[in-house]
Design a protein around this ligand. Structure first.
Ligand code: PDD
Length: 277
């Protein structure tokens, strides 16, 4: 498998960036993960739009026009041209002497590579999830490579034998460390509204479209931790998570939610799978 770095296709052991790259020093970069099911891009425009939005928000000058072609090349160079796969894209501000302000003349560092995604039986996967405090920053809408709070949280979950975290800010659920959270109460699907406290997930958007198309009612509003006793289903979504059923939620001390039903999640999974085929 080859990866793309600043205009060249290289094997991973030959791909290097400067120690003065701002992604290394500051986490000053953004990334995107775009799925390709059976080799066909899934919601490519949405992923490109989010990437452009993030670049604009942190003022990295970069023309995204070449990315589609590079993604297709990354897939074929990794033997994934007809598979279920995803492409990781990372764009940092580039190399410059260390200053907190943005340097004037930095050339963005561009990295791209493809990796396989396993869709087989994802609907049978059930996660145990740790509820923990959302101590991330106030701009979670930017898909930044500065993911320390996310990795600290996820590490705590994995080390404790859980599969993911569900983050709580001011008494309500925001999202997972690398996934969007959904709740079902009384046949209505709930998810946190878009804005600075969550990443605008593309899978989130697809799930809400499916709800609309299947006539499942939904509301974009935060779910309070106190409402958990009325929650019947919880699921997490994302490009690498697809739609994953949450079997149980746990605080550090005890189990605080056990899945009651699963019908709505299953209907959404089936329709999601159909749309990727
Ligand atoms: N994670 N929320 C967070 C914090 C995420 O990191 C992700 C994706 C999502 C889901 O977004 P989408 O449906 O567009 O993939 C929500 C990526 C895949 C990652 O970090 O690997």
């Amino acid at each position: 498998a080859e990866l793309y770095l600043n205009g060249e296709w290289l094997s991973p052991d030959k791909a290097f960036v400067s120690v003065f790259d701002r992604a290394f020093m500051f986490g000053d970069g953004i990334y995107e993960v775009t799925p390709f099911y059976c080799g066909k891009p899934f919601r490519l425009q949405d992923h490109c739009d989010r990437l452009k939005y993030c670049l604009q928000q942190i003022k990295i000058p970069f023309d995204c026009a070449i990315l589609e072609h590079l993604m297709m090349q990354a897939l074929s160079r990794s033997g994934l041209a007809n598979s279920d796969a995803a492409v990781y894209i990372q764009i940092s501000r580039g190399k410059a002497p260390r200053t907190h302000y943005y340097p004037e003349h930095a050339e963005p560092t561009v990295l791209l590579y493809a990796f396989p995604v396993v869709l087989e039986n994802f609907h049978e996967k059930r996660w145990k999830v740790l509820v923990s405090e959302d101590f991330r920053w106030q701009r979670c809408d930017i898909k930044s490579t500065a993911l320390l709070a996310n990795t600290m949280s996820n590490e705590e979950a994995i080390a404790g034998g859980f599969d993911e975290n569900l983050l709580v800010h001011d008494g309500h659920f925001t999202e997972g460390s690398h996934s969007t959270a959904f709740f079902v109460m009384n046949n209505t699907v709930y998810t946190h509204p878009e804005g600075p406290h969550i990443l605008s997930g593309i899978t989130r958007k697809v799930v809400l479209e499916i709800c609309r198309d299947l006539g499942i009612s939904y509301e974009e509003r935060p779910v309070n931790i106190e409402e958990l006793d009325r929650v019947e289903e919880v699921f997490l979504t994302g490009t690498t998570t697809q739609i994953t059923i949450v079997e149980s939620l746990h605080s550090k001390e005890k189990q605080i939610f056990t899945a009651q039903k699963g019908e709505i999640t299953k209907r959404l999974q089936e329709e999601f799978l159909r749309r990727t085929r």
